[in-house]
Design a binder for this molecule. Structure first.
Ligand code: GNR
Ligand code: NI
Length: 174
């Protein structure tokens, strides 16, 4: 399997605000996209990646929550849907590869179920809690054009976006 590391888009790139489209079929071309996404995510490194983060507006997510001394545990989610989010909430310190070098706490449902198609196009339902539940919801947000900073106060969000814009301006001037 030939894989490629793709460029990860960073805020405020308008493509990150697109709503991603459902996938019609899990075929070899889609599996090649998922392979590239996984390699890009490992290279970054990150624990999850939505296709729109490499500029592809399809409802596809990859994830691996294994620690660095553990066996890799790649997960693939096509057309994911969240079912039964818990009333119980939990708070995690989140980061995002599309919002580099910024971390803050976000509150989300502590548990949920996810219905999706796997790497082979087979329907699956997964019970998620802890970091897995948080990460899936973070990635689902990307499919709707939402970033974790959208869950913060306007003041914090604007401050982060302003800093990123300035950094991009300086980088472009090199
Ligand atoms: O690598 C990532 N770490 C992370 C930490 C806490 C909550 C969510 C995440 S996802 C993030 C990678 C990313 O930006 N996925 O969209
Ligand atoms: Ni993200």
């Amino acid at each position: 399997m030939r894989m490629a590391i793709k460029e990860i888009l960073t805020a405020p790139d308008p493509r990150l605000r697109e709503v991603s489209k459902p996938v019609a079929e899990v075929d070899d071309a889609l599996r090649a996209l998922m392979d590239d996404m996984l390699e890009t995510m490992y290279d970054a490194p990150g624990i999850g990646l939505a296709a729109i983060q490499i500029g592809v507006p399809k409802r596809v997510i990859v994830m691996d929550l294994a620690g660095k001394d553990e066996e890799p545990e790649p997960r693939y989610f096509v057309n994911p849907e969240i079912l039964d989010p818990s009333e119980e909430m939990s708070v995690y310190e989140e980061g995002c590869l599309s919002v580099p070098e910024f971390f803050d706490e976000v509150e989300r449902p502590a548990k949920c179920r996810v219905k999706y198609l796997d790497y082979d196009g087979k329907e699956q339902i997964l019970e998620a809690e802890g970091l897995l539940a948080t990460c899936i919801q973070h990635e689902m947000d990307h499919l709707e054009g939402v970033l974790f900073i959208d869950h913060l106060s306007r003041l914090k969000r604007d401050r982060v976006l302003k800093k990123l814009k300035k950094e991009q301006r300086l980088a472009a001037a090199l």
